[in-house]
Ligand binder design. Structure first.
Ligand SMILES: [Zn+2]
Length: 239
């Protein structure tokens, strides 16, 4: 069967999510797979994660600085070397027109083939876990930017004056999907995802315990013991 992500080498993929560590948690294996395949992956993060709980950094300004560095390091482990940070308040993200304009500007400046975010419709991630409102807001704003703002020049005309003409993206991929239509087996990148997650030192507590927890989760989420998959809702736009 043909793989869902069989694109030409050099394909550009822009991953836009709410917090530092979201790319690695949601789709770290897939990102490693994509950079290994020769695709160019870039991140845009809407907050700096200053409300992530960390006993070591009680001051939110300091925590934001630390998390920016951790995110750059984690991205580098996965082969991603371009990360754009916005400064919306962690925990208070809403899918406003202002954020939509900023996301539209980012997409129009990067001109990616593929845009990736997360599913805004996923409220209940599991039996024991509610999705973070920022994740849903980020997903909503990216979906609304991709269609119709990014490709329609009459949306945010000031962006055209700034030098960002309308662009078209070919595909939108949403991680943490309420209903997946693509499942990628990224078992061979599980280790690299784990290494990247370990870079988020302020968030993971004791690294040894964290790794054990990650292994347990792998067993829970996969059909067979030794496999690891990541799931997506994929939309392919008509040319
Ligand atoms: Zn998050």
């Amino acid at each position: 069967m043909e793989q869902a992500d069989n694109w030409p080498v050099g394909t550009t993929i822009l991953v836009i999510l709410a917090h530092p560590d979201d790319p690695e948690f949601f789709l770290g294996g897939t990102i490693a797979r994509w950079t290994t395949a020769g695709y160019q992956v870039k991140y845009g993060l809407l907050t700096k994660g200053e409300r992530g709980i960390s006993p070591d950094y009680p001051e939110s300004q300091k925590l934001a600085e630390v998390r920016v560095e951790e995110q750059k390091n984690a991205a580098a482990v996965l082969g991603v070397h371009e990360v754009t940070f916005f400064d919306y308040q962690d925990g208070y993200l809403v899918p406003s027109l202002e954020v939509r304009r900023e996301v539209t500007r980012l997409i129009r400046s990067v001109r990616p083939d593929i845009v990736v975010s997360c599913d805004p419709q996923n409220y209940f991630v599991s039996e024991t876990y509610l999705n973070h409102p920022d994740h849903r807001a980020a997903g909503q704003v990216v979906v609304d930017a991709v269609f119709p703002a990014v490709s329609n020049p009459s949306f945010f005309p000031e962006l055209i004056e700034e030098g960002y003409p309308a662009v078209r993206v070919s595909e939108l991929w949403l991680s943490l999907p309420a209903q997946a239509n693509v499942v990628l087996d990224v078992s061979e990148f599980w280790q690299r995802r784990a290494q990247a997650l370990l870079e988020h030192k302020s968030q993971i507590g004791d690294p040894k315990k964290f790794l054990e927890h990650l292994k347990e989760r792998r067993l829970e989420s996969s059909d067979t013991e030794d496999r690891y998959t990541e799931r997506f809702r994929r939309i392919i736009f008509r040319k």
